[in-house]
Design a protein around this ligand. Structure first.
Ligand SMILES: Nc1nc2c(ncn2[C@@H]2O[C@H](COP(=O)(O)OP(=O)(O)OP(=O)(O)O)[C@@H](O)[C@H]2O)c(=O)[nH]1
Ligand SMILES: [Mg+2]
Length: 415
């Protein structure tokens, strides 16, 4: 017992050769030092605790302050893919098994070969979180069904494959449209998997008590399909290059398309949302510039006009400062009708942009007298009269909700 106690006393035990006064001094110093260490450790922990607790909100604040970087148009055209050709190969069915039941003292167990599983199918699924067809690969192969086994075991079916595509994807085969995936969650079963083969148990009959027949599964369907993405927006900005379409979209919505003083700055459609006080939202798409002869593949051609096809109403953006802006309107209408007859007759408004310039103000009256529709003079640069445009946009949208949208047969699209 004494020995144990003396071991516990450990370092505080006075060595027999040390005088009592010195030993007390050293012991006291040791205690003080230990207390200091404990205090220091506590302080460090406190500091660490404060650091840990304030770190996350601090980071969040920094993150919130960081602006969303504008992706350059060149990069965007790499990421934004609006058409793709894919080969789909569904899974083949599994083989049926040929086997006989085997058990001691049971000589004629009978056939027990199970059927093979069905091959996996491939479907397209519209997903509102997917924005481009860029992630699609050229070939999709679904899983094959498993072969059947003895003891009446059926093979497992191949798992179905779902390819997520953006809402607004049109699936075509040899030029004809198969389906228009215009609603979130809509599924189109593109290729069916092959059916599984039959095991010899399937062929058991009164005439044949020991069938040796089993069939192999059928091949899965194979198809080459063309996918096309058509941007879904309520309004489309249509105009010549440099007319100020992107500047206008920047002025009226939260979108940030690139703006520059050279033609064909915009290479891909951009969608901006115009928000109203009653929480209605109108989607406006900025389409790359069209030039005279675009239908003959001049400029960027008319391949992107497929994005206009989906727009319920159009905003013809004219550079009012250019000589004879009314001619621009004629050419734009002609090009649209070349792509799809009657496309230019959709509900529309004419926007005379760059009204801050002297030449534009001079041309405005002549432009108004030359066209029958309403002309809205605006300046995307200074923001002058954009309110009138936003209000007119709402009128067009209300017209679409109450009449035009329902004539298309579908539900009006809301953002
Ligand atoms: N003075 C003036 N300049 C404008 C106005 N709107 C646009 N611009 C200028 O016109 C040039 C072209 O503008 P963008 O918005 O890129 O024109 P865009 O129609 O989108 O051109 P693309 O993308 O090439 O089809 C830029 O230099 C703008 O600063 C305006 O209201 N007034
Ligand atoms: Mg542009």
């Amino acid at each position: 017992m004494l020995a144990t106690l003396s071991r516990f006393q450990g370092p505080l035990r006075r060595p027999p050769d040390r005088p009592l006064g010195l030993w007390c001094f050293l012991a006291e110093k040791k205690l003080t030092l230990t207390a200091c260490y404990i205090l220091q450790a506590a302080r460090r922990l406190q500091v660490l605790g404060r650091y840990v607790s304030t770190f996350a909100p601090l980071q969040a604040k920094v993150r919130a302050q960081q602006k969303k970087r504008n992706v350059s148009e060149k990069k965007l055209s790499r990421y934004f893919v609006d058409h793709r050709c894919v080969r789909l190969v569904a899974g083949s069915g599994g083989k049926g098994a040929c086997s006989f039941h085997s058990e001691p003292r049971k000589e004629w167990g009978g056939p027990d070969g199970g059927n093979g599983g069905d091959g996996g199918s491939i479907s397209f699924k519209a997903d509102r979180l997917v924005k481009s067809l860029a992630q699609l690969v050229p070939v999709y192969m679904a899983e094959d069904g498993e072969s059947g086994g003895s003891k009446n075991c059926y093979g497992r079916n191949g798992r179905p494959t779902f390819i997520c595509v953006p809402v607004g994807t049109v699936v075509k085969e040899d030029g004809s449209t198969l389906v228009d995936l215009s609603e979130h969650g809509q599924v189109y079963l593109a290729v069916f998997g092959g059916s599984g083969g039959k095991g010899n148990r399937f062929f058991l009959s009164n005439e044949n008590r020991a069938p040796m027949t089993s069939t192999s599964g059928t091949e899965g369907q194979e198809r080459v399909l063309h996918l096309e993405l058509r941007t879904m927006a309520h309004a489309g900005l249509v105009g010549f290059p440099n007319a100020g379409k992107s500047s206008l979209l920047r002025a009226i919505s939260n979108a940030k398309p690139a703006v520059a003083a050279y033609p064909f700055t915009t290479l891909n459609p951009h969608v901006g949302i115009v928000k109203y006080r009653d929480h209605e939202q109108v989607a406006v798409a900025d389409i790359p510039g069209i030039i005279q002869g675009a239908h003959l593949n001049r400029g960027l051609g008319i391949s992107f006009l497929r994005h206009i096809e989906r727009c319920r109403f159009l905003l013809f953006v004219l550079d009012a400062s250019s000589p004879e802006p009314w001619n621009q309107l004629q050419h734009l209408r002609y090009e649209l009708d070349q792509y799809e007859p009657g496309l230019s007759q959709r509900p529309h408004a004419i926007v005379a942009n760059k009204i801050d310039l002297h030449e534009a103000r001079e041309n405005l009256e002549t432009l108004k007298s030359r066209v029958t529709q309403r002309v809205i003079p605006v300046s995307a640069l200074t923001g002058h009269n954009t309110e009138e445009l936003i209000l007119h946009l709402r009128e067009l949208y209300d017209g679409y909700l109450h009449g035009d949208g329902s004539t298309e047969g579908g539900k009006p699209t809301r953002w």
